[in-house]
Ligand binder design. Structure first.
Ligand SMILES: [Zn+2]
Ligand SMILES: [Zn+2]
Length: 140
């Protein structure tokens, strides 16, 4: 089984993700941009029960349906988790070898910077997660 390792900048938090990622995305939303201090956020989605974290994390409730987690010591942002579902988004830059992943869709392209060239992959004006939550809400 594939195994992908990563961690924060100071090394206090380490993680391992097992198996193939469920998907790899790139987000241009304002929350991701602010949180990462970056113009966009590439992320790799795994099943939550296939990801093993070691080290102290601090959580930030970034919306009414999700939290973001960073290293308690160096504050490196590491992952994002929604309350509903069994997935976790690991930040691509947190992997020891981030060249292993290529985004296959873009979220929140409505706020993509003009100087960024579209990747030529499926685009969502808002995000895939939002669409799924809406479907789940309808089903419940
Ligand atoms: Zn750290
Ligand atoms: Zn985002």
């Amino acid at each position: 089984m594939e195994k992908y390792a990563g961690g924060c900048a100071c090394g206090a938090v380490r993680f391992e993700a097992l198996g193939r990622p469920l998907r790899v995305g790139l987000c241009h939303c304002m929350a991701c941009r602010k949180y990462h201090g970056s113009a966009f956020n590439p992320f790799v989605v795994f099943r939550f029960d296939r990801v093993f974290m070691a080290g102290a994390l601090k959580a930030w409730r970034s919306s009414n349906h999700a939290s973001r987690f960073s290293c308690e010591i160096c504050s490196s942002p590491l992952c994002y988790r929604e309350d509903v579902g069994d997935e976790i988004e690991l930040n691509m830059g947190s992997f020891d070898d981030s060249s292993l992943f290529t985004p296959t869709y873009e979220n929140w392209v409505c706020s993509r910077e003009d100087w960024l060239t579209p990747l030529g992959v499926p685009e969502f004006k808002t995000d895939l997660g939002y669409e799924r939550r809406r479907q789940l809400a309808v089903r419940h």
